[in-house]
Design a protein around this ligand. Structure first.
Ligand code: FAD
Length: 388
């Protein structure tokens, strides 16, 4: 039996009723047609009376902490009671105007306050496109000339990136930058490098993300390490496999360029493991946040900690999962004393729909995650029945 199959530990915080609700939800999202229908209809159906509260009590309750930071604190306290920390993730996506970007920036500044000196919230996170339009990132990344209006927008993006990192530096909080689509990622990565150079002189404050489903990321990691070593600053990476595979492949095919995505899953796994190996070899300079629901990847990091004779809670090695997914991994790691944190997404129900739809799609039978979750929930319900 895998060490991650202890369902008693995994679902300690869930009542029988909550487990039954989670079971019903995973059975529903497991059906591809239903998830596809939901993805198509929910963005407008959410405005029909009753639909919002239905969503809020089911999918939202499972995957999100609440509509506000304050509402999410209950979840954060519960997780902390099991030695699992939280990363408040303002999950409002797809907004397209300067007022919304400024609102997102203000929200991240407030999250930095919540995280300051707070062991329950060890990281702050933001998405580049929360601070500005994907079009601007794409143009800058491609080296295109910006017109006056676009230049102003880019200056605003740079200011927002810099100010959240500066405040994190001053408050001694670690801040992570999510990775998104490859065609806008170069500009975001270059900004992240600039900020690492500026704020990571004494320790790693700014952490960027590597998507190992891209075939160029292992070389990029090595390149960034060589630069940091030469110029003497710290670097840190959230290492993930990547969430936008289909859209990346489709866009490359449509536009006739080479897909940035690995040819198969085995290649992604190979590079994921190689990145972990490389970071452990250079752990004095590189911090690791392994953002994954893959049990073998988590086991690899656990084994590396042991074979390098490190403490389980060595300060610069973290594991991370998303709220509502792979509790069997998070709670096992927490119970054994490893550093583990869950993203706790929050935001108004209607605005976190793109996030929820992505989670539902990741959990269909095609993507494969739901059967894993369902099996574990079923096992725990059976165990509780026998225990009576
Ligand atoms: C804490 C946390 C933070 C995250 N932050 C980000 C982020 O900033 N940006 C982001 O993009 N994602 C992010 N993700 C999502 C992540 O990239 C994965 O989509 C998700 O975690 C599934 O991968 P896995 O390692 O958990 O598991 P697995 O189930 O082992 O792997 C599934 C992943 O493998 C890859 N894959 C599957 N099939 C193929 C194939 N045929 N060829 C090549 N590759 C394939 C895909 O990336 C797929 O998502 C985050 C995840 C977590 C847990």
């Amino acid at each position: 039996m895998s060490i991650f199959e202890n369902t008693e530990v995994a679902f300690k915080l869930k009542s029988n009723n909550e487990l039954r609700k989670a079971h019903a939800m995973f059975v529903a999202v497991d059906k591809n047609w239903l998830t596809d229908f939901g993805a198509w209809s929910l963005p407008w159906a959410i405005h029909i009376p009753g639909v919002k509260s239905l969503i809020k009590n089911t999918v939202f309750a499972h995957f999100c902490g609440g509509e506000t930071r304050k509402e999410s604190m209950l979840t954060i306290d519960k997780l902390y009671s099991q030695n699992v920390k939280s990363i408040l993730d303002y999950s409002v996506e797809g907004k397209e105007d300067e007022a919304e970007y400024e609102n997102c920036f203000n929200e991240i500044m407030a999250v930095i306050d919540d995280a300051t000196g707070n062991p329950k919230i060890p990281f702050v996170v933001f998405k580049p496109t929360g601070f500005g339009s994907i079009k601007i990132f794409t143009k800058v990344g491609a080296g295109e000339t910006l017109n006056e209006k676009e230049q102003k927008q880019w200056d605003n993006i740079r200011r927002r990136f810099d100010e959240v990192c500066k405040k994190s530096y001053e408050n001694d909080v670690t801040i992570m930058i999510d990775a998104e689509h490859s065609w806008m990622q170069d500009a975001a990565d270059d900004l992240a490098v600039e900020l690492m150079e500026k704020y990571n002189k004494k320790r790693c404050i700014v952490v960027n993300t590597l998507q190992m489903y891209r075939h160029d990321r292992l070389a990029y990691l090595k390149e960034q390490y060589a630069k940091a070593e030469k110029e003497n600053y710290f670097i840190g990476y959230k290492v993930v496999r990547g969430a936008y595979m289909e859209i990346e492949r489709e866009r490359a095919a449509e536009n006739g360029y080479e897909s940035p995505i690995q040819p198969d899953k085995a290649s992604t796994d190979r590079d994921y493991n190689a990145a972990i190996e490389f970071i452990f070899q250079h752990r004095d300079r590189i911090s690791l946040f392994a953002g994954t629901h893959n049990e073998l990847s988590c086991k690899l990091v656990m084994d590396k900690i042991e074979s390098n004779n490190l403490e389980k809670d060595v300060h610069n090695i973290w594991f991370g999962q998303l709220l509502g997914m792979s509790d069997n991994i998070s709670f096992l790691l927490g119970s054994k004393g490893y550093n583990v944190a869950k993203y706790v997404p929050y935001g108004p129900v209607k605005d976190v729909m793109p996030y929820l739809i992505r989670r539902a799609q990741e959990n269909t039978s095609v993507a494969g995650q739901s059967s894993r979750e369902l099996g574990l929930i079923q096992k725990e319900l059976e165990r509780r029945k026998l225990e009576k």
